[in-house]
Design a protein around this ligand. Structure first.
Ligand SMILES: [Zn+2]
Length: 68
């Protein structure tokens, strides 16, 4: 799913970083400006899918950094 941020970044929602916000709710943070979006505007099922995909990508990124 493509999205664009206030900072001008555009890309896939799944490329954002999974964080926990002040309300202890999962959110996705923009990698450029740190803006978080809790995706409450998405359908619950779709929201869960996006978070799962973002988590998977985060793990892949970590593995690449470790290997390098
Ligand atoms: Zn941003």
């Amino acid at each position: 799913m493509m999205e664009s941020c206030y900072c001008g970044r555009s890309g896939e929602l799944e490329d954002r970083k999974v964080v926990v916000d002040a309300a202890r709710k999962e959110a996705l943070a923009c990698r450029m400006c740190g803006h978080t979006d809790d995706l409450e505007w998405l359908q619950p099922g779709l929201r869960a899918e996006i978070f799962a995909a973002a988590r998977n990508r985060g793990q892949q990124t970590t593995q690449v950094q470790v290997a390098a």
